[in-house]
Design a protein around this ligand. Structure first.
Ligand SMILES: [Zn+2]
Length: 287
């Protein structure tokens, strides 16, 4: 009886964790903007990745929180020292693809080349297997669902690219972490965290939605999810921690999405780190 009690007791102490994720890309990695899409021009832009990532790493040190960094292969090949620094801080290193291309812009072969190239460069730096992937702009859609099979085939055990929204992914996509079958085995999906609002799923835990949602709404929603035994996921980008304004003419909708109210991100994220438990995705999923 004592044994059983102990087991139950330790189980109840198991910490409910949320996933903290960082998409490691520079300020000019913006999907859907023609003049920024040519990777052979990227070296002509000012690189701010070291400075902006330092701010993120310092913040994580302040709260002693470990995260998953979805690293762009392009950045890893340019800045291997930065990837080593992130790894040495105890964070998980996963893949955000190589050239930051949305999956629906690629053929299956092009997508596989891109992810294999990113996995190779990342694992050669970290000496660890790359277990996770996030597609640029959450671009797993019903018509790019085949990507999950390509990922699993190349050793990826979890994906975090699906959004259960009407306008972006698909509202039938899972709202909680779920296994998805492929012919190479199951792959875990950790979808974008959303809240149910009338009949729609509404995002609030990163990017523009995090900047627009009131802080206490975000905090109480995730706390409530945790009480229900569900993990939430917060996502950030280093460029959201960089005050330097870039001199680039973005289309109005992109400028709004990327820069509207950007100064509130660090403050809100610090609040969440102080009041909620976070861990890398692989830990939250028990991989
Ligand atoms: Zn991205």
């Amino acid at each position: 009886m004592g044994e059983i009690y102990k087991e139950n007791f330790s189980f109840s102490l198991t910490k409910m964790n949320n996933a903290l994720t960082v998409d490691l890309e520079d300020w000019y990695h913006i999907c859907g903007v023609e003049e920024l899409s040519d990777a052979s021009e990227w070296h002509t832009y000012e690189s701010r990745i070291i400075k902006s990532t330092a701010k993120v790493l310092n913040m994580l040190r302040d709260y002693n929180v470990k995260a998953t960094f979805f690293v762009l292969g392009y950045i890893a090949s340019k800045e291997p020292g930065l990837i080593r620094e992130i790894k040495d801080d105890g964070h998980e290193i996963a893949s955000h693809g190589y050239f930051h291309r949305r999956i629906f812009e690629l053929t299956k072969e092009e997508f596989e080349d891109d992810i294999v190239r990113s996995i190779d460069v990342i694992s050669s730096i970290t000496n660890k297997k790359v277990l996770g992937f996030r597609a640029p702009e959450w671009s797993i859609r019903p018509n790019t669902f085949w990507a999950l099979e390509s990922l699993r085939k190349n050793g990826i055990l979890y994906d975090s690219s699906m959004v259960p929204l009407t306008r972006m992914g698909d509202r039938r996509f899972p709202v909680n972490p779920s296994p998805i079958k492929t012919k190479y085995g199951d792959i875990m999906e950790f979808p974008l965290t959303t809240a149910r609002f009338f009949r729609e799923n509404i995002p609030f835990s990163g990017g523009l939605p995090l900047r627009m949602a009131p802080y206490f709404y975000i905090l109480s929603k995730i706390k409530r999810m945790n009480r229900e035994g569900r993990s939430g996921m917060v996502y950030i980008h280093p460029w959201e921690f960089d005050r330097q304004k870039q001199k680039i003419d973005l289309p109005l909708s992109r400028r709004f999405m990327h820069y509207f109210n950007i100064r509130v991100t660090p403050k809100k994220v610090r609040g969440l780190l102080e009041h909620l438990p976070f861990a890398p995705v692989k830990e939250v999923l028990g991989l």
